[in-house]
Design a protein around this ligand. Structure first.
Ligand code: GLA
Length: 371
């Protein structure tokens, strides 16, 4: 791209396992993807952030001292929120011209919003000549998502987007932000990401509802047990206290507690190169998200079941918030093409939607290039 000073990108992500537990203090296992948002940026003397997109026709000019006015703007809210909270944390935000090129699909459940927020903050810090503290960038991006985008999300997406590492999954403890990188090298297997193409219009409100239900579970269980988050509750404790919880809240908590257990088994399976065990944990996770947490819907259920049915597939599950978006599957490399064709055809037959397979690799998080 001509005439810009820097090119700064941050990644979309796929979560391998550990769904809807980041905001409960659990451990999750995402990977950053080569699908990313790239910000081309140059400083200007306008005291405004002037925004353009490669894929959208609109242009927006946001005065730096009036960023909050852009809170309800469809796309600019992510940029405005990121710059607003970065500045509020005491960082320098300079006037700049930016052009965004996002290859993370919008609404695909692969965290396009986190990729935009994280790359914008990293770009602002770069033109201001500040060192990049990736954890702080992720936390500020999360704040923008909470307060400008209205989604009460956990830290997983922003952290993965900022701190991802090529060819590695990240075992991220969302309570402490301690992250262990695990090489993804399951022999003769590939991770396949498929978008259900189901629009997820109610996703944000349902997401916030689930989060409130887990908060409720924690509040009640803390009367009985000395825990700081739901992820610290054991299966035995949950069963002992079952009668204190409403039926729905119990189901939600049961998902959280069992998913935490599956993440530690999956991390071990990944380290041991045990694709069969890893795959079976993916299947169990999907089932729990469908039956206990109820965030899948019939399209994601169909997509995961069709994938699970293919003989070359070790396991498949929805990834991300759910209510639409994508699945992640573990498939024998030599049959990936056949798997893809089969899944797309069957899914179309069953649901009427045309799913899409993403060609993507596990990649680094923030990348800065001087142009
Ligand atoms: C969304 C949120 C994350 C996480 C996932 C579900 O992607 O942004 O924080 O809660 O849903 O695991």
């Amino acid at each position: 791209m001509k005439n810009f000073a820097y090119k700064v990108s941050a990644a979309g992500r796929v979560n391998l396992i550990g769904e809807h537990i980041d905001y409960c203090g659990g451990k999750v296992l995402p990977c950053a993807l080569s699908l990313k948002n790239t910000v081309y940026i140059s400083p200007n003397n306008d005291n405004c952030i002037n925004v353009e997109w490669t894929t959208l026709s609109e242009k927006v000019s946001m005065p730096i001292d009036r960023l909050a006015d852009f809170k309800s703007h469809d796309y600019a809210k992510y940029i405005a929120g990121s710059a607003y909270f970065w500045r509020e944390a005491g960082h320098v935000v300079k006037g700049c011209d930016i052009k965004l090129d996002c290859t993370v699909p919008f609404g695909g459940g692969l965290s396009s919003s986190a990729a935009i927020e994280v790359s914008v903050i990293a770009a602002l810090a770069t033109v201001a000549g500040e060192p990049l503290c990736k954890t702080e960038i992720a936390q500020t991006a999360q704040k923008a998502e909470h307060l400008f985008a209205g989604v009460n999300c956990g830290i997983m997406d922003q952290y993965a987007s900022a701190c991802g590492k090529k060819d590695h999954a990240m075992l991220l403890d969302c309570k402490t932000l301690q992250c262990d990188y695990i090489p993804v090298c399951l022999e003769d297997c590939r991770i396949v990401v498929i978008d259900s193409r189901k629009p997820h219009s109610l996703a944000d409100s349902k997401y916030n509802e689930r989060r409130a239900e887990t908060d409720e579970a924690l509040r009640v269980l803390q009367r009985r047990f000395d825990v700081s988050c739901l992820a610290e509750i054991s299966t035995e404790q949950l069963e002992q206290a079952k009668n204190l919880l409403s039926d729905t809240v119990y189901l939600r908590a049961k998902h959280v507690v069992s998913e935490c257990e599956r993440v530690s088994q999956a991390a071990k399976a990944l380290i041991d190169g045990d694709a069969a065990l890893f795959g079976s944990l993916l299947n169990q996770s999907h089932r729990s998200l469908s039956e206990l947490y109820q965030v899948t819907g019939k399209e994601l259920d169909a997509l995961a079941a069709i994938a699970q049915n293919h003989p070359a597939c070790f396991g498949s599950r929805m990834t991300g918030a759910g209510f639409g978006g994508s699945t992640v599957s573990l498939v024998k490399t030599q049959y990936v093409k056949d798997f893809g064709q089969y899944v797309l055809k069957e899914y179309q037959k069953q649901t009427g939607y045309e799913a899409k397979i993403y060609e993507t690799e596990i990649s680094d998080g923030i990348i800065v290039e001087k142009l």
